[in-house]
Design a protein around this ligand. Structure first.
Ligand code: SF4
Length: 343
């Protein structure tokens, strides 16, 4: 963390920065933090500015050109009963315990808050959020997110997990973390032993491209699964990074080989500075339709659009409709089948 890339000069140790990248790092300095771990930077192609790793984390001038983009497209601030607790569903919350990440993804949904000091959680604010959870018996599932909860020290994370575990109605704790992808060495034996003491803990991480599936990342996921944490992956559909069938298939099959379940693939939100990442929903539907029947079913994540009203599955309409006592369905390769299904 101390040796992270923070400037054009630091970046030049890993890649040959383009004029666009150099200008964007300066022009966007006040808008969204630029930091990359040396590990993740080492995955970047030094010569190719279109490298899918590089595009995720190095600023581009295109970020200045997005008239439709919003700061908070999911209206999360309006869904917060207390600071940094987002409640969209009755029984579960996203608890943004931290405003820091190991690096900052240029398409981050929470770019309004991550890396911004005003969104840091002071101890008394964490305690206020815990008090709200304690006083709200409907909450059975708590997602610790941010930022990234694994940026916390083991001591601080251990305190938080113990506080949550002492609340009888909190059945499930989830960790949303990108550190297995961006700083896999954070997943130490000591961290895994800590998580094991507070089960059930489910982990969702965030791989977007097969280049991220390194031996170090696989080891981090293996340590988590051996510690009894089911590990899922939530990717984002990103133009020019993973929006073609071959790349998405390689990502999903690689994840499954690492025993990481592809869970969701998010449609990129209408978020400020991200027009160059967005893929039309119709193309996303075609992409996931093309995977169906061509790889293991559990290797295909659910393609979803998050909205202020909750997640909406984006699925090709395989059920074509009713004809008398039959329901007509479409197979993965486009053939129609009439299933006798009287009402
Ligand atoms: S790791 Fe997650 S929260 Fe942090 S910048 Fe990336 S997408 Fe945002």
């Amino acid at each position: 963390m101390q040796h992270r890339v923070r400037s054009v000069n630091d970046l030049a140790a890993f890649v040959v920065p383009t004029e666009d990248e150099r200008a964007a790092i300066v022009a966007l300095a006040d808008r969204f933090r630029f930091v990359i771990t040396p590990y993740y930077a080492s995955l970047m192609d030094p010569e190719d500015p279109a490298c899918p790793i590089r595009r995720q984390v190095v600023p581009r001038l295109a970020e200045l050109d997005d008239p439709a983009g919003l700061a908070d497209p999911l209206d999360e601030v309006a869904h917060s009963p207390v600071k940094n607790v987002v409640r969209v569903y009755a029984d579960r919350i996203a608890f943004c315990v931290n405003n820091e990440c190991a690096l900052y993804c240029r398409y981050c949904l929470r770019k309004r808050m991550v890396g911004e000091p005003e969104w840091a959680m002071k101890q008394r604010e964490l305690e206020a959020a815990l008090a709200w959870i304690r006083a709200t018996p409907a909450i059975r599932d708590v997602l610790l997110t941010g930022g990234d909860p694994l940026v916390f020290s083991d001591d601080k994370l251990g305190w938080l997990l113990a506080e949550l575990r002492a609340i009888p109605h909190v059945e499930l704790i989830r960790l949303g973390t990108r550190l297995p992808v961006t700083l896999p060495f954070r997943v130490t034996d000591a961290l895994c032993a800590l998580l094991e003491r507070h089960h059930p803990i489910w982990v969702n991480t965030h791989f977007n491209h097969p280049k991220e599936l390194t031996a170090d990342a696989a080891e981090a996921c293996d340590r988590l699964t051996r510690a009894g944490c089911p590990v899922g992956n939530q990717s984002v559909l990103l133009a020019g990074i993973n929006d073609d069938v071959a790349t998405m298939k390689a990502l999903c099959e690689g994840l499954v080989r690492m025993r990481v379940r592809p869970y969701y693939c998010y449609q990129a939100q209408l978020l400020e500075g991200t027009a160059h990442f967005r893929v039309p929903i119709e193309r996303g539907l075609e992409l996931f339709r093309a995977l169906r029947g061509r790889t293991s079913g559990f290797a295909i994540p659910l393609y979803v659009l998050d909205t202020p009203y909750g997640k909406v599955p984006l699925v090709h309409p395989y059920v074509r409709g009713r004809e008398g006592d039959d329901v007509v369905v479409e197979s993965f390769d486009g053939r129609l089948w009439r299933e006798h299904n009287p009402r």
